[in-house]
Design a protein around this ligand. Structure first.
Ligand code: GLU
Ligand code: ZN
Length: 299
């Protein structure tokens, strides 16, 4: 299987330093192994999407010298594939409709480290809700530990039944859940290596489980540390991480590579991103990435 990596941003805001890190790590890991690198826009959640964000992300990636293989895939063009996976899970009797409201669940269960554990109320419902009746679809999980060895973070495991309970694969607003869409697309695009931010480390067992029950292959995973700001908060749209601009491409690329554990010369050593990448691809060593979930950005 040829190395195939991807960067899969959600267009919920402009590209910031934290997302540049995931783009860079996935890109260098792929290119240093002569692999393919795909760009996928995860635009299923229209409530969280910001107008212009997808275009900004693509514009910055391109100005920063990233070169993706093939066409950009937008998840909104992939709905029939997610629907087919949903159907397969229903046929395997691994899913069921859930009519619980957020209010009911908040009243019934205390929040845990991964959100509220779903107590399985609807698992044994005999009547099926009608299409008009608001309901989500949940996946039945088992009480076994699901573990994997992350290339940076080491061994990680989770017991889905204890951590989360049966989780949502189709939201009650009829949006396919990220967990379902991501495994369907990683399989379809034959992704062999997933490189992304450590905020998704604890999502991975759900994805491994979905791959298992759908009969998909399992990629290798590498979760890079998240970038924290000076206040110790993760850089994200919520903490108003600043949008990257094209003006300081080389400075940001150098800062990102340093954050990922690689020494670099001053940004003035290159005149354009293409030269930076030619050099960086020869330098990339994923073993240098610090083994930590989050670290501050050095400026
Ligand atoms: N779209 C997800 C995000 O921006 C990342 C998906 C992934 O890399 O698996 O957080
Ligand atoms: Zn329910």
């Amino acid at each position: 299987m040829i190395y195939t990596g991807r960067f899969a941003p959600s267009p919920t805001g402009p590209l910031h330093f934290g997302s540049l890190l995931a783009a860079m790590a996935s890109y260098l890991d792929a290119r240093s192994q002569h692999g393919r690198w795909l760009l996928r826009i995860e635009d299923l959640d229209k409530f969280r999407e910001r107008p212009g964000a997808a275009d900004h992300i693509i514009h910055i990636l391109s100005a920063y010298g990233f070169e993706w293989d093939g066409e950009i895939v937008y998840q909104t063009t992939r709905l029939p594939a997610y629907q087919a996976a949903l159907q397969q899970l229903a046929q395997q009797q691994l899913s069921y409709p859930c009519t619980c409201t957020r209010k009911q669940l908040i009243a019934a269960v205390a929040p845990g480290p991964f959100g509220r554990l779903y107590p399985g109320y609807c698992r044994h419902n005999v009547s099926t809700p009608t299409d008009e009746q608001r309901h989500a679809i949940r996946l039945k999980v088992t009480a076994q530990d699901i573990g994997f060895t992350d290339r940076t973070q080491g061994f990680y495991r989770q017991n889905l039944a204890e951590a989360l309970g049966d989780f949502i694969i189709l939201r009650s607003d009829k949006v396919f859940a990220y967990q379902l869409a991501v495994v369907v697309d990683d399989e379809w695009q034959q992704i062999s290596h997933v490189v992304r931010g450590a905020d998704l480390l604890d999502n991975t067992p759900r994805q491994l489980y979905l791959q298992q029950v759908l009969g998909y292959r399992q990629p290798e995973y590498l979760h890079i540390p998240m970038a924290n700001n000076a206040q110790g908060q993760k850089l994200s749209k919520q903490t108003h991480a600043t949008a990257l601009t094209t003006a300081d491409a080389l400075t940001n690329l150098c800062a990102a590579l340093r954050f990922l554990g690689h020494a670099t010369p001053e940004a003035t050593a290159w005149t354009e991103p293409r030269e930076f990448w030619d050099w960086a691809i020869t330098q990339w060593d994923s073993a240098k990435i610090p083994r930590t979930i989050a670290r501050p950005v050095q400026t």
